[in-house]
Design a binder for this molecule. Structure first.
Ligand SMILES: [Zn+2]
Length: 404
């Protein structure tokens, strides 16, 4: 009997040990399973959350120079339903810190409108800033504000005069190709406008945007002769006036046919008007434009010299003459040509009359066949515009916005 009890007791202990060993495992399993399920649900929630969180940023911004002391930043109302407040952020192109300079409450409606925030500048001196629109959102669980694209904008206003009009100063070559100074200058002006706007945030107005020109009731020929000063005075309230041209020489200069001049006649001339002549910064700007253009002409192999004779003082400006214009193997420089009433050239006199510094830029001689050929491909006009833009930017110490 005693022996039997011992067996039963031993069996009970073994059973207990088995239960003890197994049961906690089951409990643990349950806990672990629960944990796994929990983390699964959590991850699911996380996933569905990020799926629902929409990033909100304003990247379609543009600038408008409202006045010499106001720069407007505009964008579409496409994100309006999700935005609570828009913030206009500003910094100087070389600064790290952004500063909030305006804010706009959203009405949450989307009606294809342009929204605008205007930065009021402290001074009307030429300034350049980088701008961005930041937002706060209506529902932070659903929407996440992220940084949008920034742009450069300046209060600088440049008046560009594409010299002459369509078809003026035309040369038809034997191969049938036809170059007209009045057509080339329009392409050049449009290229320059785009580069100044996109790269530097500079606003331009043009005396003409088509082949024809109409100002003050006059058109084409009238605005190339008797009433040409109207082109210059159109620059009223601008910071700078530029009349874009390609140069020519006297008939059969240097013993070559008029339109068959050698590359060695090529040089860049930048004429300054009375107002620019008295302004050191404008003389510097004339130097930088001339230097960049000379480099382009040399690099494109339509000039034999890479030297532009920069000037330090106004007295060093060259009095222009036909002899200098036609001379072979001489560098280009900053020129003046005075007449009875100040500036000889009506276009520069017009700008001077409204107290605007003005330049005539003679980019290169279209009487050189190689220049005409390269201009007609568009390549030279593109490079000239880039040189003009870079020269202006350097003259005003503007930074270039790199693509992002
Ligand atoms: Zn011209």
């Amino acid at each position: 009997m005693k022996y039997k009890r011992l067996i039963v007791f031993s069996l009970m202990i073994v059973l207990l040990v088995i239960i003890c060993l197994c049961f906690p495992k089951k409990v643990n399993n349950k806990i672990q399973k629960g944990k796994k399920e929990d983390s699964k649900t959590y991850k699911k929630e996380e996933l569905s959350d990020s799926r629902e969180t929409e990033e909100i940023s304003i990247s379609d911004i543009k600038f408008i120079r409202v006045s010499e002391k106001e720069i407007g930043i505009t964008w579409s109302d496409q994100k309006n339903p999700y935005v609570d407040t828009y913030y206009l952020m500003r910094r100087k192109p070389n600064e790290d810190e952004w500063k909030q300079v305006g804010q706009l409450q959203s009405d949450h409606n989307m009606q294809d409108r342009e929204l605008i925030l205007t930065d009021i500048l402290e001074e009307d001196t030429v300034q350049q800033y980088e701008y961005r629109i930041d937002v706060s959102v209506t529902n932070t669980k659903k929407y996440k504000p992220v940084e949008g694209k920034s742009i450069y904008a300046s209060n600088l206003l440049v008046c560009i005069d594409p010299g002459h009009f369509s078809g003026k100063n035309k040369i038809v070559d034997e191969d049938g190709s036809s170059y007209s100074e009045g057509d080339a200058t329009l392409i050049l002006a449009k290229n320059l406008e785009e580069k100044l706007r996109l790269n530097y945030g500079v606003t331009c107005i043009l005396t003409r945007t088509t082949g024809d020109i109409t100002l003050g009731g006059y058109t084409n020929n009238n605005l190339d002769e008797g009433h040409i000063s109207l082109r210059g005075s159109y620059a009223q309230k601008s910071d700078l006036f530029l009349s874009l041209h390609t140069n020519a020489n006297q008939d059969n200069a240097n013993g070559y046919a008029t339109d068959e001049q050698p590359v060695s006649i090529n040089k860049t001339l930048v004429f300054v008007n009375k107002v620019a002549y008295e302004d050191k910064q404008m003389l510097y700007l004339a130097n930088t434009i001339g230097s960049y253009l000379t480099k382009v002409n040399y690099d494109m192999q339509v000039s034999e010299s890479d030297e532009f004779q920069s000037i330090e003082t106004k007295e060093e400006a060259k009095s222009w003459s036909d002899e200098y214009n036609d001379q072979l193997n001489v560098p280009g420089t900053v020129c003046v040509r005075w007449g009875e009433h100040g500036d000889y050239y009506g276009v520069l006199r017009g700008a001077a009359m409204v107290n605007v510094p003005g330049l005539i830029i003679e980019h290169g001689f279209h009487t050189i066949p190689e220049v005409r050929k390269l201009a007609l491909t568009g390549e030279l006009l593109e490079k000239w515009a880039e040189a003009d833009a870079n020269g202006i930017a350097e003259g005003y110490e503007l930074m270039k916005k790199e693509g992002d």
